[in-house]
Design a protein around this ligand. Structure first.
Ligand code: PLP
Length: 397
């Protein structure tokens, strides 16, 4: 089987919400960091290099997010971060405040952590989200009260790219004495984030979504916010997350945070939005019955989610893959799973509609001519699949 690598890849990669390619600068830096092999917790000199890497990464990330370095806790990624926040709030506050409010279109690591505490007695209020990607704030107002422990709402949805009104939710949570968490995985590198200004108590991030390495991430835990360890162990991360640190992964995240601080990210994001909008306009004009999901709602500029009537998305994906175009049906974690996306079902789409969905997500290096090639290929593939279906239906009839 052909293995795709950064140096041999000659296709069009449009699946940046699943994971981003590793930034080219890291190919030189990672071996240097790897050679600093000491355990960062050791007393001897071999610890000095790795300890410095971690300290500097913490400072760079904190600077970019406008928070204190002590509020950053490194871990294995956002699935761990989301589980840590939700389960620790239940442990700490569940007795006096057993209710949680959560959007119905969160990543499975949030949904399943909520299900786990529900089994222990928590009451979860799932906020409805419309087909246009709009979160029902009135539902939050109705269900928020003195028994609410936590509101958890992602900043941007991984499938449709819609942005949620987290700042507004912060005000509502504070007024009720509740804590607030936001899964910021899809925002980092795709939208400006100032955590101090935003005012959330917790935010979770994942390295492989911002051109860094996999299996490494971090949580923002506001100084005043309670936290219970998910992983007990040594004194790492000021006793907030046991386990020897992934020094190389952490250094890579710090490096990428510094790179983001130095680059003109906002111009890049505007440019991506213009390319995305042009692509969508062509797709809608050239492919009959193709609908862009939540097109009129605030969205990440890199994400385009669509439904193409009569097309089985898995079949489409395989055909595009064979032609060198890498896209997704939605959530990467559910690839190979014939079940339609739970997030789309929660938004009110029927199963057969959800099974026609395609997500195209651009990255910093996406090019306009690659998108043109993609539009042409998609148009041809959809026409061919529709024609085949018609012929098959005729044979059956
Ligand atoms: N949250 C969101 C919104 C995601 O898109 C993802 C990954 O797809 C995660 C959480 C999980 O992140 P990780 O892969 O670091 O566990």
């Amino acid at each position: 089987m052909k293995i795709v690598t950064a140096s041999t890849f000659d296709g069009v990669y449009l699946d940046h919400n699943a994971t981003t390619p590793v930034d080219p600068s890291l190919f030189e830096l990672v071996p240097v960091w790897m050679s600093q092999f000491g355990n960062p917790s050791s007393i001897h000199q071999a610890a000095r290099g790795p300890r410095t890497l971690i300290r500097e990464a913490r400072i760079k990330i904190a600077e970019l997010l406008n928070v204190s370095p002590l509020e950053i806790v490194f871990n294995s990624g956002a699935s761990e971060g989301n589980n840590t926040v939700i389960k620790s709030i239940w442990d700490r506050r569940g007795k006096e405040r057993p209710e949680f409010i959560c959007s119905s279109v969160e990543h499975p690591s949030v949904i399943k952590a909520m299900n786990a505490i529900e089994n222990k007695g928590a009451v979860i209020h799932w906020i409805p989200v419309s087909k246009d990607g709009v979160l029902d704030l009135n539902f939050v107002k109705t269900h928020l009260g003195p028994k609410t422990a936590l509101i958890s709402v992602m900043s941007a949805n991984n499938e449709t790219g819609t942005l949620f009104p987290v700042a507004e939710l912060v005000g509502m949570a504070k007024a009720a004495g509740a804590l607030i968490h936001s899964d910021c995985v899809q925002m980092f590198g795709k939208h400006a984030i100032d955590l101090k200004k935003l005012g959330v108590d917790y935010a979770t991030f994942s390295g492989h979504k911002f051109y860094s390495l996999k299996g490494c991430g971090f949580m923002y835990i506001k100084k005043t916010a309670p936290l219970e360890n998910l992983i007990d162990g040594g004194a790492q991360e000021r006793f907030r997350r046991g386990g020897t640190e992934n020094t190389v992964g952490i250094a890579a995240m710090g490096h990428m945070a510094a790179k983001m601080s130095a680059m003109d990210l906002s111009s890049k994001l505007v440019e991506l939005g213009q390319m995305r909008d042009l692509m969508e306009a062509r797709l809608v004009a050239e492919i009959p019955e193709l609908h862009i999901t939540a097109h009129a709602s605030p969205r990440l500029t890199n994400t385009s989610h669509m439904m193409i009537a009569g097309i089985d998305a898995e079949t489409l994906l395989i055909n595009l893959d064979l032609d060198g175009f890498f896209v997704s049906t939605g959530a990467a974690c559910s690839s190979g799973n014939p079940e339609p996306s739970p997030a789309l079902l929660a938004m009110g789409f029927a199963r057969n509609e959800a099974q026609t969905s395609l997500r195209v997500s651009l990255g910093w290096n996406s090019k306009a001519d690659d998108l043109e090639k993609f539009v042409e290929r998609l148009e041809k593939t959809v026409s061919r699949l529709r024609q085949m279906k018609k012929e098959l239906d005729n044979v059956k009839a």
